[in-house]
Design a protein around this ligand. Sequence first.
Ligand SMILES: [Zn+2]
Length: 150
Amino acid sequence: MKRDPERAKLEAVLRASKLVAGGFLGNDDRPLDEILADDAAALERAGRTRGEVAARMREIGARAREGIETWVPAGGAVEARMIEARGRIPCPWDHPGRYFKTIVEARRTDTGDAARWSDLSVHLIEAHGFFQGRGSPFRLEPRRLVRLLF
Ligand SMILES: [Zn+2]
């Protein structure tokens, strides 16, 4: 696969980022394009779009915000809570705008599936199809995420 220089630079930033311990790619050795392609395929197999996933994550986040650090119902079998964290972080794709570090935790009462994410995670999925690399603390497996959300 042809590697363009911009892409290589972005990939280096994602691997080295000090914003996330271990970087956005964790210990994932796959090239960024491959990570993006694999996750896009997994999401398609799960029958959902990036927009649908991001919208549901935002909806759960809004419910969690009402509860403030206590678990609240967030639609269907999902419960959520918000963990306050100060500050904002930029998108590594070099966009204007910063994203709150506040964490949303979600879990299902029926299956016990759980996940957590920040506003940046939602943006990365929606705008870039990026679920972060395997081994990253904020990696979200598309198939498991869809099972949790819907
Ligand atoms: Zn971005």
